[in-house]
Ligand binder design. Structure first.
Ligand SMILES: [Zn+2]
Length: 233
């Protein structure tokens, strides 16, 4: 029976080591997530700036089209003014020329405002794209470092699990399933008796059960906290 206690103790030390490696791997996740978040934010800023430029450029194209129409209209107006003979028609044609001239001036002033806004927005695109490039360059150094750490830990974990599996054959199947069930709820399943009490919760164990443990090397379950107990003496 002592052999089974030893096997369980070895198993437990493997399990503690496995948990420790798993915790170390988990600790890397937030680091990678933080890198992703920073990069994502920069790339969203760039996309927003680019979309704003596209919107304004579309407006600019429309405005340029309108100005071209007004110019054509003005050419026709000026021809019409050349052609008219009578005074009343000439007045109407002159008014038409003036109206179109005003429309063209409006178009041009709007185009100027739009041009300034576009150059501001293009500067924002340049700055965002530089910001993103900086972050990517910085992460080119950090990311492989974290990935390498993770790969090394994964390998260590694989080895530890293999070792653990090899060891579990030294424990009887019912005891192994009892141990696994208890361990799924707490970090450790197996504790030594300490001065006649449970090594985990300190509840006193009746003498008769204690004798079975110390005499026969039996493993008992603590009725108070549910861990496995063995006599270390
Ligand atoms: Zn206990």
């Amino acid at each position: 029976m002592q052999a089974e206690i030893d096997a369980l103790l070895a198993l437990q030390s493997d399990d503690l080591r496995i948990r420790e490696i798993e915790d170390q791997i988990k600790a890397l996740d937030p680091q990678l997530a933080a890198l992703d978040a920073r990069r994502g934010k920069a790339s969203e800023a760039l996309a927003r700036a680019q979309a704003a430029v596209q919107t304004e450029e579309k407006k600019k194209r429309e405005l340029e089209g309108r100005l071209a129409q007004h110019k054509q209209m003005q050419e026709r107006n000026l021809h019409a003014l050349d052609d008219v003979k009578r005074m009343r028609e000439a007045t109407a044609a002159t008014a038409q020329v003036d109206t179109t001239k005003r429309l063209m001036a409006e178009d041009e002033s709007e185009l100027q405002i739009l041009g300034r806004r576009l150059s501001d927005l293009n500067a924002t695109v340049d700055a965002s794209s530089k910001g993103l490039a900086d972050i990517e360059k910085e992460q080119e150094a950090t990311r492989p470092d974290i990935e390498a750490k993770r790969a090394a830990l994964q390998e260590e974990l694989g080895g530890a699990r293999k070792e653990r599996d090899g060891r579990s054959s030294g424990v009887s199947r019912p005891m192994l399933s009892k141990y696994d069930r208890i361990r799924s709820k707490r970090p450790m399943a197996l504790y030594p008796l300490q001065g006649g009490s449970c090594g985990n919760c300190d509840t006193a164990i009746p003498l008769q059960r204690r004798n079975m443990m110390s005499g026969g090397g039996q493993i008992e379950v603590c009725e108070a906290c549910g861990v496995l107990l063995y006599s270390g003496a």
